[in-house]
Design a protein around this ligand. Structure first.
Ligand code: S3P
Length: 170
């Protein structure tokens, strides 16, 4: 099977689902945030603080360009990666892109109490999510080959559905 790329908003479950899906399909797994943290020896929060978001976005694009050489890999990407237009061509070439879609209420529930995401710090969580979603939703829809709704579904159910969709198409 070609590479599979999981995109979606923070809290959509990309990393959890990606790991499970890779295990299920006996594929390799890469998470762009984890990979950047490993290579930079530093958390995403610290990269944002010390180097700024623009620099982080450059790191994402540079990593994505390297992932173009991947095979048989499930790749979960940070929520902001598909927003950069220059990443679209890479995504298209790397493999099949699945948008893990979640309603705002689901995201608020999943993201409240979490302190690790720089773009959600300070201010009211629901407001921040609404603002970012307004900017990103249509981009996710456009970039994705497949959209999968994840609300009220367990990770196991989502992986079952993904396996069915992806295997029907391969
Ligand atoms: C971001 C999402 C995060 C991480 C960074 C920025 C975003 O990844 O890349 O904090 O802009 O949506 P997750 O989507 O895995 O939380």
């Amino acid at each position: 099977m070609k590479n599979i790329i999981l995109i979606g908003f923070m809290g959509a479950g990309k990393t959890t689902i990606g790991q499970k899906l890779a295990r299920r399909l006996a594929m390799d797994f890469v998470d762009t945030d984890q990979q950047i943290e490993k290579e930079q020896h530093c958390t995403i929060g610290k990269i944002f603080r010390d180097k700024g978001e623009v620099q982080f976005r450059r790191m994402e694009t540079e990593l994505l360009s390297r992932l173009s050489g991947c095979e048989h890999t499930v790749i979960s990407v940070g929520g902001g990666l598909p927003v950069r237009t220059e990443n679209h061509e890479y995504l298209k070439n790397i493999g099949k892109t699945v948008y893990l879609k979640a309603e705002k209420e689901t995201l608020v529930e999943r993201l409240k109490g979490g302190a690790g995401r720089p773009l959600l710090q300070g201010g009211e969580l629901e407001h921040k999510i609404t603002e970012l979603m307004q900017k990103r939703e249509s981009i996710y829809e456009r970039v994705a080959d497949t959209v999968l709704k994840t609300d009220q579904k367990s990770p196991g159910q989502i992986v079952d559905e993904l396996e069915r969709i992806l295997c029907d198409e391969c």
